[in-house]
Design a protein around this ligand. Structure first.
Ligand code: DC
Length: 231
């Protein structure tokens, strides 16, 4: 059976969306689309061009010249290319993380990236993670999940992740504050703010392992999309 469904996984920063979405994609044979990486890539581009974070002719030009490519790797990771340059590592720095919400609030940036995301999903067979996938990018997605966790839990996970990557570790309180700030910015912007789609299934992942979260989403998918007897 070919799999042409679209699964939308939205939720706030640090809820574990990337790891979970990648594994759901592998398990179900779907293409993985990390839309946050696309907003990070544009943030990197603006910083490298020294462009102010505001609507302008120069921004329009940069967006129309932009060649943004996500290249899937065999282990499920992806490389991110901007205008022929591999920026996979650079888009994960604290500087980009601090600046990305403001860039993602610019309507012209959202229009350009939403259009590219829809092109990538035109023939289905995709699991996309972000903030507005179920509400704005793919409102007709076959399955919508709103994946979240408490701020304290997300800060704990972020610190474990930073330690694992050998990066400097801010204290937990500072991490919680950063997460709160990003939630606030992402959920109050005028265009396509972070919010749960009315028809999304909510999953609060405190106390759950990655495997349990993946399994829950796969079960929802099977219950919703497979004909009886297929799972
Ligand atoms: O998931 P992430 O942390 O890599 O996302 C980076 C930022 O991009 C996040 O602060 C909000 C923004 N974003 C967005 O506005 N819409 C999306 N679909 C995905 C991410």
């Amino acid at each position: 059976m070919t799999n042409s469904a679209i699964i939308a996984i939205d939720g706030p920063a640090g809820a574990g969306k990337s790891t979970v979405t990648r594994q759901v994609a592998m398990r179900l044979g779907l293409v993985y689309l990390d839309t946050g990486a696309m907003y990070r890539a544009v943030t990197w581009l603006l910083q490298s061009l020294d462009l102010p974070v505001q609507e302008s002719k120069a921004l329009q030009q940069a967006l129309s010249d932009l060649e943004l490519r996500l290249e899937a790797q065999p282990q499920g990771d992806q490389l991110v290319w901007v205008n022929g340059k591999n920026v996979t590592e650079q888009i994960r720095t604290a500087e980009i993380t601090a600046g990305v919400s403001a860039v993602a609030a610019l309507p012209s940036v959202r229009n350009a990236l939403t259009a590219q995301q829809r092109r990538l999903g035109a023939s289905g067979g995709l699991v996309a993670e972000g903030r507005d996938i179920g509400t704005a990018v793919f409102p007709n997605a076959e399955l919508k999940v709103y994946l979240t966790a408490t701020v304290a839990e997300r800060a704990r996970r972020r610190s474990a992740d930073l330690i694992q990557r050998g990066l400097p570790l801010p204290d937990l309180q500072q991490l919680e504050q950063e997460i709160n700030t990003r939630d606030q910015l992402d959920s109050t912007r005028a265009v396509a703010p972070l919010c749960k789609a009315a028809d999304a299934l909510e999953l609060v992942s405190d106390g759950m392992s990655i495997e349990q979260v993946v399994q829950q989403i796969v079960s929802w998918y099977e219950a919703k999309l497979l004909p009886p007897g297929f799972s």
